[in-house]
Design a protein around this ligand. Sequence first.
Ligand code: FPP
Length: 247
Amino acid sequence: MDQVSNIDKQKLPKHIAIIMDGNGRWAKEHGKPRVFGHQNGVKSVREVTEASAELGIQYLTLYAFSTENWSRPAFEVNALMGLLVETIRKEIKTLNDNDIRLQAIGDIDQLPKKSRKALLEGIENTKENKRMTLVLALNYSSRWEIKEAIKKIISDHDTGKLGKADLSDEVIHSYLSTKDIPDPELLIRTSGEHRISNFLLWQIAYSELYFTDIYWPEFRKAHLYEAIINYQNRERRFGKISEQLPL
Ligand code: FPP
């Protein structure tokens, strides 16, 4: 029996988030420049997007560029931005053919003009698609997002739109860039690093974390299936005890 048939379609996570890591180390192991790793990482993006849509995952969020990534050498930053533009332009048709909607979270206004344009075109051209939402976290960091949310909350408080007593988890969620997206049930990080790196800190309060040693450019459908099966074998208690959970 292949792995995919071990997945319980009734217990799929609605939202999977992935910290794609290890492109540079993978390239180095192959005696190639770091950019070669990012180029091959795009193949994994394609595989995982396809596998997620086929399974019936509703949201897939990929951490593509963090606010901290600007401090990498200019050559690498430019290559990553170029790859982003190229990939979005190339893949719009496939996204539409597969009924996948593109969205982004992060400080998009600060992206280079060309990248922002390609991204906004991709979002506009796929906005009617319904099968799955692919969310790219670009120029994103969780602390940036939380800071922005606090600024808006203070401003709405000052104008009388929001009272202190109104502040619930749901209201805070509505001020985040993920306001229209459910929290991820499963967060995957590749490359053997066991860190969250400023990614979706509010949203992963109850997420199951899955770490794999596989470098991102080697991540294939089978690795995603493995992560989902692992997730499905865990008991999610949300602070309760086992006996209180529905059978
Ligand atoms: C982490 O590996 C990867 C990134 C910072 C960028 C991920 C980008 C891509 C896969 C390509 C473009 C993506 C899209 C969505 C078009 P690393 O460079 O930190 O690797 P290292 O930890 O081994 O140095």
